[in-house]
Design a protein around this ligand. Structure first.
Ligand code: FUB
Length: 374
């Protein structure tokens, strides 16, 4: 999450880079939005954005949405995003201005087709253990039940991951009475392997609190918690296999290693490459592709491996910075083509009021991911 001091210089450089990138490719996608329920905010026109060129257009314009986790269930595309709202919370180092209170699920028949907003699927007031800040969710389906996984701070202000269930992919979802045992931090991403085993990746540093778990126990005692020193190994995301009930982990949560070509864990000071938040996993040609945001350098990066647990070898950046501080995505195969769902701040130009988008993900013949300029 944003820390203003760290951000000042890179932000300027990235703004320049971003506008250069954006002028490179001009492609728009046309979607129609059908809103099936009341919406909380009409997006105001953003004067700056009118003159900018974007690779894709927002999928919905009458609410703010972010962190899109996309899945195909029964042939239809479902997007599980955060629902950004204006709460007036001042921007700070902990990301308090991301004070979301519910989830809306979006769906569409096909890429470029009409997008339906299915209204409130889960409200924070219906999660018994929740304190504040419903952040980036994900979803899974097994044996007739849909599972919505979500990070939220508990009443002690510690991020945990919860699960809620429904018989419909669009909810309403009913939350379990407690967070998942052993869960921590933010940004759950659920991946079912070709052998049917399901894993959850999770974690995010800074406001996502992952660095507070370095000893294995939560330590919120330091007033300004820090990443490890620049020359120390970076904090890795976490992974655990889910049990048959999809509601608990079947094993202890373990740290994922992201390494360089020499097998060395990326260093904490390697801000252009180290993991920050927003993990996603997909498998392509038998290889595991772990993708993530580098946070304060605003890239989407990928690393590959031969096991869902890693280690994953860093391969490169595959998306240049979007407009807005945060970078969060999902990757999904739809009718033989691969797509990336992501967000930027085209509608509002405010980091905490984002809009989700989709564009095709292309690969080179060797399986490497082609760079996207959003
Ligand atoms: O939406 C809140 C947080 O911002 C997410 O959890 C992060 O991935 C970042 O997108």
């Amino acid at each position: 999450m944003p820390t203003h001091h760290k951000l000042a210089f890179p932000a300027l450089a990235l703004l320049l880079l971003n506008s250069a990138c954006q002028s490179e490719t001009a492609k728009t996608e046309t979607t129609t939005t059908e809103t099936a329920a009341d919406t909380t905010a009409a997006a105001p026109a953003n004067a700056d954005s009118a003159t900018k060129k974007y690779l894709a257009e927002p999928l919905v314009k009458d609410i703010y949405t972010a962190d899109p986790s996309a899945h195909v269930f029964n042939g239809r595309i479902y997007i599980y995003p955060s629902h950004d709202i204006e709460t007036g919370m001042p921007e700070n180092d902990n990301g308090d201005h991301f004070a979301m209170k519910d989830y809306h699920i979006l769906s569409m028949d096909s890429i470029g087709g009409k997008v339906t907003d299915h209204g409130v699927a889960l409200d924070i007031k219906d999660i018994p253990w929740a304190g504040r800040q419903l952040w980036a969710p994900d979803a899974a389906f097994k044996d007739g039940t849909y599972y919505l996984y979500f990070p939220v701070k508990d009443k002690q202000d510690i991020f945990r991951i919860g699960v809620a269930t429904s018989k419909s992919p669009t909810g309403p979802f009913k939350a379990e009475p407690k967070p998942m045992e052993g869960s921590l931090s933010i940004d759950p991403a659920v991946f079912t392997d070709t052998d049917g085993k399901t894993y959850m990746y999770m974690g995010g540093i800074w406001g996502g609190q992952l660095q507070r778990w370095r000893t294995g126990k939560y330590d919120g005692s330091k007033p300004k918690e820090q990443e490890p020193a620049a020359t120390e190994p970076s904090v890795g995301p976490r992974v655990a296999r889910l049990g048959a009930d999809m509601k608990q982990f079947a094993e202890p949560v373990r740290e994922v290693k992201i390494v360089d070509k020499d097998g060395k864990v990326l260093l904490s000071g390697d801000n252009n490459r180290r993991f920050f938040e927003g993990a996603w996993m997909h498998k392509y040609n038998g290889k595991y592709y772990f993708t993530y945001s580098t946070g304060d350098t605003h890239f989407l990066a990928y690393a590959t491996g031969t096991s869902p647990y890693g280690p994953f070898t860093y391969q490169g950046t595959f998306m240049n910075p979007v407009q807005g501080w945060t970078t969060h995505h999902s990757i999904v195969e739809i009718k033989g083509k691969w797509y990336i769902f992501y967000h930027d701040t085209q509608l509002s130009d405010k980091t905490w009021l984002r809009n989700v988008k989709v564009t095709e993900l292309k690969r080179n013949a060797d399986g490497s991911i082609a760079l996207i300029n959003p």
